[in-house]
Design a protein. Structure first.
Length: 191
């Protein structure tokens, strides 16, 4: 083969080789591990206690002052690992936080204004059910045996959001409730 024939062959093959190299690079990018920013956050471990704090956990007290003392809500805690800033309010949503309504409609002691809240940009989300487990969710039973108002079938379902699912702090407050099965959004009027 002459030198001119070899050069002509190389020029003819160059676009094919270039296309193959681009295809290989695209496959490598698709199969490469996701960057750290897209990785899932670690799943915290949650436990419910109707008999005081659990040692070794961060605990949030669930307390409704309108409950009679005999119902013993004073020693109820949602305990967790993971370092999340979780707060309880028995007087409406906490301003500047993303809150989930905790409501037991059968309980007459003002459970309509109780909320479990996390920072707006937290990678943690909650769903609440006062009528049994939510199918397909990992849930924690929330029970106070001393309270006769159907607390035996209440469940809190926490989930950790992937980085791409994390809510932005955009002035909207997302709330989930057993009395409103769809997501309800309201404008944050405290700006």
């Amino acid at each position: 083969m002459s030198i001119s024939t070899a050069r002509a062959t190389r020029r003819a093959c160059a676009p094919v080789l270039f296309t193959m190299m681009l295809a290989m690079a695209a496959v490598a990018m698709v199969t490469a591990p996701a960057p750290a920013a897209q990785a899932a956050y670690p799943q915290p471990h949650f436990q419910w206690s109707y008999n005081g704090r659990i040692p070794g956990y961060q605990c949030v007290r669930w307390y409704e002052a309108a409950e009679p003392a005999a119902h013993t809500w004073g020693d109820n805690y949602l305990c967790h690992t993971g370092g999340y800033d979780i707060r309880w309010s028995s007087n409406g949503p906490i301003s500047g936080m993303r809150c989930t309504q905790i409501r037991e409609a059968a309980d007459p002691h003002t459970w309509h204004d109780n909320y479990l809240c996390v920072r707006r940009d937290a990678a943690l989300s909650f769903q609440w059910s006062s009528s049994g487990r939510i199918p397909g969710k990992s849930c924690i039973r929330i029970n106070e045996p001393s309270d006769p108002h159907t607390w035996h079938d209440n469940y809190l379902c926490p989930s950790v959001l992937r980085a791409t699912e994390r809510p932005k702090s955009n002035g909207l407050d997302v709330q989930l409730s057993s009395s409103y099965p769809a997501v309800r959004q309201r404008m944050n009027r405290t700006r």
